[in-house]
Design a binder for this molecule. Structure first.
Ligand code: TXA
Ligand code: MG
Length: 310
């Protein structure tokens, strides 16, 4: 980034201290940030998103030392944090300091979700603010997560006291969420893959059925306006098409990755769903995407966009 942005970081930290909301770039998706300890600020986040208030939020921290103050780390958590932080991995742990992340932010649970994001602007803001910051994806509830500054402004920018433009998000999908309460469980697949996690702490159990139904895991959580049709070899007349791999070009065709690269596809997914949706198609058809590695997270979001997971 050419300019220094120190004044913007200071203004955003001041906004958080004053109970205001901040459009926050992270490497995964843009977040709508608030002081995790301030219930009124957290309530304003739920209000801006139109989100049911029983959905717990992720506490974002600058470093492992801050995370250890708000959550109780076991050996598995230490290993995963050491390997993947700062980065797109969220750990759900028993809460440590329950005042640092208020009841409303945790939806009354005695657990807390923590992550140290890698985006340089997020890291600078968290360091300047000095405490945990909740930041759900900056979309209004039920809409795709914003992966560009413009999309974030469009969704919830009007509610923000300060905004930080961090450019397009490198990952493009929300963080992997792993619960380390009893058995280690994969609550949400993401850029840190199942295989990467299992290599460090052994097999991951599936999320329980009720966890899958819980808010944040709603069937149409990532939905555009148009109906989404999966595993489509080609579009029907009237449909927009998200291709993957070699495919013909066209005005209503977006290629997630012409070379079949899953990272590129993840980074493009939400922006292309939005772009396709804006053309007002009868539907959005999506090419098959392989399930391996990052494909698990991409297919999870696609199934939700199509309303197949509940
Ligand atoms: O990549 C991300 O994680 C983005 C960026 C902005 O950091 N944030 C994000 O937050 O996706 P949100 O609020 O949209 O999703 C948080 C997820 C939800 O699925 C929620 O149910 C889960 O984390 N979660 C949070 N706290 C939890 C807890 N105590 N137990 C179980 N799940 C929890
Ligand atoms: Mg979200």
């Amino acid at each position: 980034m050419a300019q220094d942005l120190e004044p913007e970081i200071d203004a955003a930290a001041a906004a958080l201290r004053g109970g205001g909301l901040v459009i926050l770039p992270t490497e995964t998706v843009y977040g709508l940030a608030a002081d995790a300890a301030d219930p009124r600020a957290v309530a304003a986040v739920y209000e801006a998103k139109g989100r049911p208030s029983f959905n717990p939020l992720i506490a974002h921290v600058a470093d492992l030392a801050t995370a250890r103050r708000i959550a109780r780390f076991d050996d598995r958590a230490e290993r995963l944090a050491e390997a993947f932080w700062p980065g797109p991995l969220t750990l759900v742990l028993p809460v440590g300091d329950a005042r640092a992340v208020c009841d409303l932010a945790r939806a009354g649970l005695d657990t807390v979700a923590v992550r140290a994001p890698a985006h340089p602007l997020a890291r600078r803001l968290l360091a300047a603010f000095g405490g945990p910051v909740v930041a759900p994806s900056a979309n209004r509830s039920g809409r795709p997560s914003p992966t560009t500054f413009a999309d974030a402004l469009d969704e919830t920018g009007a509610s923000a006291a300060a905004t930080l433009d961090g450019g397009p998000c490198a990952v493009g999908l929300e963080s992997t969420v792993v619960a380390l309460l009893d058995e280690a469980r994969l609550l949400r697949p993401g850029a840190v893959t199942r295989a990467q996690i299992e290599a460090l702490i052994g097999p991951l159990a599936e999320a329980e059925a009720d966890a899958k139904r819980s808010p944040g895991r709603l069937a149409r959580h990532y939905a555009p306006q148009a109906p989404v049709r999966l595993n489509a070899a080609a579009p029907e007349p009237g449909e927009a098409y998200l291709a993957f791999g070699p495919a013909p070009a066209g005005e209503t065709i977006w290629n997630l990755s012409p070379t079949g690269d899953l990272r590129e596809a993840a980074a493009n997914l939400f922006a292309y769903l939005r772009a396709a949706d804006r053309t007002g198609p009868s539907g959005i058809a999506v090419a098959p995407v392989p399930q391996a590695g990052l494909g698990e997270a991409i297919n999870d979001r696609l199934k939700r966009a199509a309303g197949f997971v509940g």
